[in-house]
Design a protein around this ligand. Structure first.
Ligand code: ZN
Ligand code: ZN
Length: 343
């Protein structure tokens, strides 16, 4: 089913989302000449494009992941450039450091492609800003009414309680979380007075990128640091990517408690399959009410839905008087990708 119309500012092509008047792509999954990148998660920022355009705060992660030599132009939020008569600007998406919604203006139309976004501010990147537009392209990773996230404050209080209880019993608290975004949100939100905080080698380089961007994170130790001994680990919070679970890397912790932080932890089956002591419901994406709030905030009359529970959200929007349709893209689920961002 082709949902696109002849004068649309964004259409779907085999390479990815494409802006015909501007002749550039957004988060394309195949190598192209020009790509606007919403954020540096690996399913959105692919290798091999000739020209990249992204937010200034994505430069560090993009260059680390894709190579220092990529041809990258960066913009501040709200800064406008003109490309083939299309006015292009980036606006905060509240997802991870440097994440942006892409606003396009041409021929009297305004379109916004959201990329991944989250509504509740978490202190590690500027909060999501609704951008008025005629057509809004939204993700719907968690586009079902069952998804309702706890507030960041209550999430961090739960993690603190779990960590404190484990430290009192002399065992390490190993928390599996995605290395780019989630780990830094946890660091930013937990009570560092409870004990030392120890990092898997895949996480610390991302912490450095956040610190360099001015995000306040508590002191962390690499697991390879000589100060990290058995006694210290017994009181420590350890952040590791999901791929470390069940590997020999875990042996150093002796008896430990483990937990997994993901939006999917809201589903009992996922918790069980993960086989951890504890699941924390934590996502960098909007929950159901967040998606509806974001869509309403744009004032868009037309909404194109992609990635996730598309049909349910499309039906809800249609029933509420919007021109809504779904289409396919090739973005993945960071949490389920089960691969560490090694950069
Ligand atoms: Zn993402
Ligand atoms: Zn994504």
């Amino acid at each position: 089913m082709n949902v696109f119309r002849p004068d649309d500012l964004v259409i779907s092509r085999p390479e990815g989302l494409y802006c015909p008047p501007g002749d550039f792509f957004i988060d394309s999954w195949r190598p192209v000449d020009r790509a606007v990148i919403t954020h540096a998660h690996s399913d959105h920022a692919r290798v091999g494009h000739q020209h990249y355009l992204a937010h200034t705060d994505s430069a560090g992660t993009l260059r680390t992941r894709l190579g220092a030599g990529i041809n990258l132009q960066s913009l501040a939020y709200g800064e406008v450039i003109d490309h083939h008569g299309v006015r292009v600007s980036l606006h905060p998406a509240g997802h991870v450091l440097g994440s942006a919604q892409v606003r396009l203006e041409h021929g009297g139309q305004v379109w916004v492609a959201s990329g991944d976004y989250k509504i509740e501010p978490d202190g590690t990147c500027p909060a999501f800003e609704p951008v008025r537009c005629n057509t809004f392209i939204t993700e719907s990773t968690f586009g079902l009414p069952i998804y309702r996230w706890p507030t960041q404050a209550s999430l961090c209080a739960d993690i603190d309680d779990w960590w404190r209880a484990n430290a009192d019993q002399g065992r390490a608290s190993v928390l599996f979380c995605y290395a780019f975004g989630k780990a830094q949100r946890i660091l930013h939100g937990v009570d560092a007075a409870i004990g030392p905080i120890v990092m898997h080698g895949a996480v610390e380089p991302l912490n450095e990128v956040y610190r360099a961007a001015g995000v306040a994170l508590p002191p962390t130790l690499r697991v390879s640091d000589p100060r990290v001994d058995t006694g210290l680990l017994q009181r420590a919070l350890v952040l590791a990517p999901p791929s470390a679970q069940g590997t020999p890397w875990m042996k150093r912790f002796g008896t430990y408690a483990d937990a997994f932080a993901s939006g999917w932890m809201q589903l009992r089956g996922t918790r069980r399959r993960r086989g951890v002591d504890r699941g924390f419901v934590m996502s960098d994406h909007a929950d159901w009410s967040g998606l509806l709030q974001a869509i309403e905030g744009t004032g868009a009359e037309r909404v194109l839905v992609t990635h996730g529970s598309v049909a349910v959200l499309v039906r809800w929007l249609t029933e509420h008087g919007l021109d809504a349709q779904g289409f396919k893209t090739e973005y993945g689920d960071e949490d389920l990708a089960d691969q560490a961002v090694s950069a």
